[in-house]
Design a protein around this ligand. Structure first.
Ligand code: PLP
Ligand code: COI
Length: 340
């Protein structure tokens, strides 16, 4: 039985559910972990996560397929990326195999919160890890919690599939240590001011340029970019300081192998952007959100696809990706993992 939730009108916000997965690290090892009911964490005021932001997180989704199974999309890649984030932050990696199993347990335990097929909503899964013991000198914690909570969500941007307006940001997204390639709390804290500035000015997101030269396209606060050229080539920025998006990596494969498109993964100069035919943001939360307009310090770029609908290639990519995720189109081996 599903919970009595107005699935069609969910935004992207937090709703506590019945169970979360918790594993604790102490004396050099992770405990066996399991499901807990309490959504509250009680910690010392001096816990490393509060003082030095020792935290990292992931994001993935579960949903019902057409034939009634609950599935997840490529959770092994989230597990692998979280291992990398943890290593970079001097936290003990939570093994990716255990990560996938923990996702399975927490989704199954909260299955009444998985939105029905076709509702447009999904169950967002948020694994995270924090340094929990008290640390006052600048050094890593030696006790940690790995947790996963889930929450049903609707579209990330208001208006669903309607093209959005974004602006070229005056700020750099990542901390000045080039840490954009890990999914860590501090990276996102560095973008909170820029997000508020963009929203106050009426934009949905920021386009961050490379901090060194401010000439190359990086990503937005919560998604990678994809562009389509006038002759139908899929172009996506290559940079060591953006998050290696699982959605973007999947789309590169879908573009080439399902849609027969030419795919270019390369540095993209902001000067080229005005010549693209279509632009979109891709990520777990964003899925593919079309961009219709980019504002850059007094000048505007409007993509030919307009402000009403997605461009034709973006639509094909969206239909194919979501078709694979929801079981309407056959997935490459291992992409869709059945929970139950
Ligand atoms: N870039 C940033 C900054 C993000 O927060 C996300 C979301 O996770 C992405 C890109 C997209 O990554 P993925 O497709 O793995 O969700
Ligand atoms: C995700 O897509 O999972 C993210 O972490 C993006 C975040 C802005 C919600």
């Amino acid at each position: 039985m599903s919970k009595n939730i107005d699935w069609g009108n969910l935004g992207f916000s937090y709703m506590p559910t019945d169970y979360r997965y918790v594993s604790r690290y102490k004396d050099g090892k992770w405990d066996e972990g399991g499901l807990e009911k309490d959504a509250t964490i009680t910690l010392s005021e001096c816990a490393c996560v509060f003082q030095y932001s020792q935290s990292c997180f992931e994001g993935l989704k579960a949903y019902y397929t057409k034939d009634g199974h609950i599935v997840c999309f490529r959770p092994d890649l989230n597990g692998e990326r979280m291992e990398n984030s943890a290593e970079r932050l001097e936290m003990p990696p939570f093994p990716k195999e255990r990560f996938v199993e923990a996702v399975r347990q927490v989704v199954a335990a909260n299955k009444e919160y998985v939105p029905p097929y076709g509702s447009g909503a999904t169950l967002y899964i948020r694994p995270f890890m924090i340094g929990t013991n008290s640390v006052i000198g600048v050094k890593p914690a030696d006790e940690f919690e790995f947790r996963i909570f889930v929450t049903p969500v609707g579209p990330y941007f208001k208006g669903g599939a309607k093209p959005i307006s974004i602006k070229v940001s005056d700020f750099d997204r990542a901390a000045p240590h080039g840490t954009g390639d890990i999914k860590a709390g501090l990276n996102y804290a560095m973008s909170l001011h820029a997000i508020q500035v963009a929203h106050r000015e009426g934009f949905s997101e920021n386009m961050y340029l490379d901090p060194q030269t401010r000439t190359k396209v990086e990503e937005t606060g919560g998604a990678n970019f994809m562009f389509i050229t006038k002759d139908g080539t899929f172009v996506t920025p290559k940079s060591g300081s953006i998050l290696p998006s699982i959605t973007r990596r999947s789309l590169m494969y879908v573009a080439e192998h399902y849609l027969g498109m030419k795919v270019e993964h390369r540095e993209v100069y902001f000067d080229e952007v005005k010549d693209f035919a279509e632009c979109g943001l891709c990520g777990t939360a964003a899925v593919i959100s079309p961009v219709g307009h980019i504002y850059d310090h007094g000048s505007d770029i409007y993509f030919p696809s307009g402000m009403d609908t997605m461009g034709p290639w973006t639509q094909k990519l969206y239909d194919t990706l979501t078709g694979i995720q929801m079981g309407r189109i056959e997935a490459p081996e291992g992409w869709v993992v059945t929970i139950e």
